[in-house]
Structures are given as C-alpha cells and as structure tokens.
Design a protein around this ligand. Structure first.
Ligand SMILES: O=C(O)CCC(=O)C(=O)O
Length: 490
C-alpha cells in the first residue's frame, strides 16, 4: 500500500516552511506519530523518523568509550543445543558476568576467552546480553547524554533517555517470550539487526502464560517458541505469529500486551526502548500487585529460603507479605483516586471492554477528533501504511488452519470447568458470542486431562499458573475494586 496523500502533503509543507526543498524531512509530525501510536492495534515499523538523533551513532564501540571502565552486568546464555536451534532461556537459568563494554567487545570480536571476566565462556557456545539497562543507572554522571534520544518526535514532549532502556547483545542473545503488563513500547534499533516474533494479546491462552519466574510487569510464556513442543502445548498451533527483522535506524511500535520473543541476529546489537504509560496501566498495577502477593506467598511457603529459584534476577525489591500488602493498597488507592479526581466519574472506569478502554484513552489524549469515530481513526492509521510506516504482518505458513483471523475475544473472558461463560458478570456491555480463543481454556483442560489420576501431581507452580493467570487476576482486580469503590462511596 502506498503512503497516504496526507503524508505527502505534510512533506511538501514542511519542506516549504523550512525554506529548503533539499532538507530531509520526517514523514510524520509528532502529533501524527502519537495519533498512530495511540490508535494502532498492530505492531508497525516507523522509518525515517530518527535520522537526526545523536543516539543513531551509539554503536557498542562508541558506548564503550562513553562508559569507559564502567562495570555492567551481562546475562550469559547457551547459543544452541544438539538440535542446532536455540532454547530460550529464562533469566533464572542464565549465569551473569560483570564486565566493561570494552571487555565484552574484546571477547566478542577476538572470539577469545583467554582471560578477563568472560574467560569461562567459550565464544562459540555462549552469547552475552547487557539487557534491560536503565539509562539513569548507566549514565548517572553523564545526564547530558539523555538528550541524544528524542521521543518528543513521536509526540511525547520532554521524553528522552531518562525514560529509556539500553540493550547491547552478541549474536544469539535473546529475551524469552513475554508480554509487558504496562504501557506500549517504542524500540529504536541502533546497531545490528534483531528478529522480533510477536503474538497478539487475544492469543494469550495459546501462549501458556506463567508468572514463574516472577518479575513485576512481565508475563512469560512457557513455550519455546522457536522450537515448540506441540504435544505439551497443542494450543500454540493457533497462535498468530507476526515476525519482523528490525534494522538500524528503524523504530518498532509494539502495542500494549503484544507478546514478543526477540533475538539478536548480528554479531553486535544495540537498541534503545521506552515504554509509554497508558490509561489502562492503573488497572494493570492492581493486577500486578495481586500477582506479586500470591506468587510470593505460595513460593515462600513452599521453600522459605530459595527465592533464587523463582524470583527473576531483575527483581530486587523485598518480597515480604507486609511490603506486598503495601503495594496492593497503594495500587488500589491510586486507581480509585485517579478515576475520582481526574475523570470526575464514579467507578464506571471498571468497564472492561477493550473498546471502552481504547475510547477512554483516545479521549484522555485528545486524539479523538471532532467527528472521528474509533473505527475511522483506526482506518486512518492503517491508511498511513507505506514506506514510512510498515505493518508487521502475520507469518503466513503458520496461519491457523481453523478460524484464522477471526479470533475476536478480548482475552478477558474466563471459562469455568463446565465450559460456561462467566465474564458477562463484569462485562455487561459485551455482546460478543464465545469465540475460538475463549474455548482455548476448555480445550486445554481436555488435552491436559489425559493422564490417569495416579500419575497426576499438582505442583505449587501448576496452581499458580491458574491463580495468577492474567484472565483470573483481571477478574480478581475488578472484584476488589468494585468492593472498595462501594466502600469509599459510603
Ligand atoms: O530486545 C530485546 O531483547 C527485548 C526487548 C523487550 O522485551 C522490550 O523492549 O520490551
């Protein structure tokens, strides 16, 4: 599809205003980019938007000079197995090395592990990943550098490196398949290429979500999505995989709750991302606090002294019940305050349909337009697809054979064992009929119920996978908030 006419006219206008027809101009104004981000429900790549950012020169070599001598923690993982295919590794299964970027580059370029912090890691067998590094911790004494990243070009004034995270990896470095509970995501690829595998939020039941290992705001998938075990995870066949290779200079937009598995496919990769807060995060924070409380309580009861086995190394906060209660109370209070004060409405904020949340977000952001409906806005965003906004598409060979493209559930329904639909209790405004993905829970139960009772063992993790399933915590959060909003109205 060619870029919309609106894009071309904007180009001309800007060039004229700049008084220099030869000057390179961005295809989208900040306002337009934000409108796209707030309305598009499909991942897409923005091109030609960051050609003037100083951060485009942030190669690992350049950063090693900037961060001269700074010790950074690298996550070390095995490159592949006997099958020759990588096995995604949870952070709990990796080892860690403290090293400078210079030492990393020496190990990676010379492919030598003779000395230095990487000496125990044969380069042909291991990858290294300085992942998830907040700029504020990395560049504590060099805060000027924050200005090198200019998210205001995407319509977020004042947003720069201060709200960004840096990722530097070697070939094969990857992040296991997960979804982020908060916000949507903008990812700027600086050096090397990364392969992204994405799945829509509606496919959550097919991704077998788990909260072990536990990390606030990350829901992991139990599946090795590069080499799935379909006997164990048969529903995964229905998941709609979208794939894209992100190259230097491109910015990937990952909409809220899209699952992603990300792998470095070049010898050195550098990327920078920023998670953009959304209206829906208020509810997500309550869900996360519930999850934290239940996971910590049950896992500590199981083994009081071994948090290492289930707590992601990225989690440094204390996990006592008292602290967790405090989190939960804080999240509930913040939710109730937000909807009372900023919206002047009662707790009708508990409307849960995706459309309502989306509409609310658009209204909050002032992007709704005078006569625009949601459908029109979505269509308009899609009409901008072209060389400067490239949609990430479904990988065709995995198109589900049955019902492909007609999954309509918003993933919030919960199905009881007898298959009865339960969600209407909360989603009074929902008129949709039970869809294919709604049935996943039932099908899954049927396929999992094969072993004879004598062979069945229910572990703490099995129980937690159900108790803190995203659909369940959503329901618990809504119940809790409904109760508390009634209390506070008395
Ligand atoms: O680049 C990666 O390895 C993962 C990035 C990621 O998970 C994110 O930006 O949310």
């Amino acid at each position: 599809m060619a870029a919309g006419s609106e894009v071309s006219s904007h180009l001309t206008l800007e060039a004229t205003a700049a008084g220099n027809q030869g000057q390179r101009v961005k295809p989208f104004t900040p306002e337009k980019a934000k409108e796209i981000i707030m309305s598009l429900q499909q991942p897409a790549i923005f091109c030609n938007m960051v050609f003037d950012w100083p951060a485009r020169h942030w190669t690992a070599k350049h950063l090693s000079e900037v961060l001269h001598g700074k010790q950074i923690r690298f996550r070390m993982g095995m490159k592949n197995t006997d099958t020759g295919k990588p096995v995604p590794q949870f952070e709990t299964a990796c080892s860690y090395v403290e090293a400078t970027l210079e030492e990393f580059l020496t190990w990676n370029c010379d492919q030598s592990s003779d000395s230095g912090p990487f000496k125990d890691y044969d380069h042909s067998k291991f990858w290294a990943y300085a992942d998830y590094k907040y700029f504020v911790s990395l560049f504590e004494d060099k805060t000027d550098i924050f200005q090198d990243v200019i998210w205001s070009d995407f319509g977020f004034p004042g947003r720069n490196g201060q709200e960004s995270t840096l990722w530097i990896g070697s070939l094969g470095a990857h992040t296991p398949c997960h979804l982020d509970s908060y916000g949507c995501n903008l990812v700027f690829q600086v050096q090397g290429r990364k392969r992204w595998h994405l799945f829509p939020p509606e496919d959550t039941p097919f991704l077998y979500p788990t909260r072990i290992p536990y990390e606030e705001s990350s829901v992991f998938s139990k599946i090795n999505i590069v080499n799935p075990d379909l006997k164990r995870f048969p529903q995964f066949q229905k998941a709609r995989r979208h794939t894209v290779t992100l190259s230097p200079g491109q910015v990937l937009f990952v909409p809220r709750h899209w699952w992603h598995y990300v792998e470095s496919i070049d010898p050195v990769t550098v990327s920078i991302n920023s998670w953009i807060e959304l209206e829906e995060d208020h509810l997500a924070r309550v869900e996360e606090a519930i999850t934290r409380m239940l996971v910590c309580a049950l896992k500590t009861a199981e083994d009081p002294h071994n948090t290492r086995a289930w707590l992601n190394p990225t989690e440094v906060e204390e996990t006592s019940h008292e602290v967790n209660c405090h989190y939960l109370n804080g999240a509930v209070a913040a939710f109730l305050d937000h909807y009372k004060t900023s919206k002047g409405v009662e707790i009708q904020a508990l409307r849960t349909s995706k459309e309502n949340l989306q509409k609310e977000r658009m209204e909050m952001e002032g992007t709704h337009g005078q006569n625009g409906t949601m459908a029109a806005i979505k269509q308009e965003a899609a009409s901008l697809f072209g060389p400067d906004l490239v949609p990430v598409t479904l990988r065709s060979k995995e198109t589900p054979s049955e019902g492909g493209g007609i999954f309509e559930s918003d993933g919030k329904d919960f199905v009881f064992k007898d298959g009865k639909h339960f969600a209407k209790l909360f989603c009074a405004d929902r008129q949709q009929t039970m869809s294919t993905s709604d049935n996943a829970g039932v099908d899954q139960m049927a396929s999992n119920s094969a072993p004879a009772p004598s062979q069945t063992f229910v572990s703490t993790d099995d129980l937690l996978d159900c108790l803190v399933n995203p659909q369940v915590t959503r329901m618990v959060a809504l119940l809790l908030l409904q109760g508390k909003s009634c209390d506070s109205n008395r």
